[in-house]
Design a protein around this ligand. Structure first.
Ligand SMILES: Cc1cc2nc3c(=O)[nH]c(=O)nc-3n(C[C@H](O)[C@H](O)[C@H](O)COP(=O)(O)O)c2cc1C
Length: 203
């Protein structure tokens, strides 16, 4: 086994350290996050930090990097309050990855990456038409983290659009049937293989 300590982190080349820390915990869900800018233009970002906060009310969190001048996603969320999370499938993972590039704020990642925006009544933020699971959220709480300048946005799910074949009778969403992919680190994508569903545990 190779041992790496916190002291070693300080000596590491920046990209090496980022790859190590981003991938060491394993596979994560990955989404395209849709927002709209002031001029009504659709924007996309790739996020791998979506986490469950609660089911009632239905809340999800996303961690945002410290904002840079060119980052439009967090600014759009703060202004518009609405955003969407869309799963990524093998057929368009390369286009989805491209949406993480630092495009100028006036460039729509949908157009630049060859993905299709779709809008539903009453929701300002765009969804990804190619996705099989589309989630609409509105901001419930913003948590600035002093420890490293990142920001957690807690969003309330206001709607889910999903193929009915993907939801089981008990409400379980079948991510294998949905075709959702996962990611390790920031560049290594995986398809998913189910092992099985287990019954609720009892003593
Ligand atoms: C696989 C992957 C996962 C990412 N996850 C996040 C994330 O969870 N939070 C974040 O702020 N940026 C994340 N990024 C970087 C953003 O996608 C990138 O900064 C993007 O340009 C932000 O969009 P914006 O410029 O429109 O704000 C990720 C990038 C990749 C490739």
């Amino acid at each position: 086994m190779k041992t790496v300590t916190a002291q070693d982190f300080a000596q590491m080349e920046r990209r090496y350290r980022a790859n190590l820390i981003n991938s060491v915990t394993g596979l994560k869900q990955v989404h395209l996050l849709g927002t709209v800018n002031e001029g009504g233009q659709a924007n996309l970002a790739v996020v791998n930090s979506v986490f469950h906060v609660g089911a009632n009310p239905a809340l999800l969190g996303v961690v945002f990097r410290p904002p840079r001048a060119e980052n439009t996603t967090l600014a759009n969320i703060r202004r518009d309050k609405e955003y969407t999370l869309n799963n990524i499938l093998p057929g368009f993972y390369k286009q989805a990855h491209q949406a993480s590039a630092a495009y100028e704020p006036n460039v729509s990642e949908f157009k630049a990456c060859g993905l299709t925006p779709i809008y539903y009544e009453g929701i300002s933020a765009p969804f990804v038409a190619e996705s099989t699971i589309q989630i609409a959220l509105c901001v419930s709480q913003e948590l600035p983290l002093e420890v490293n300048g990142t920001t957690i946005i807690i969003g309330k799910i206001t709607g889910i659009s999903i193929n009915k074949d993907i939801i089981a009778e008990d409400g379980y969403v079948d991510q294998h049937a949905a075709g959702s992919i996962t990611v390790a680190g920031l560049d290594s994508y995986f398809t998913n293989e189910p092992l099985g569903r287990l019954p609720y545990t009892k003593e």
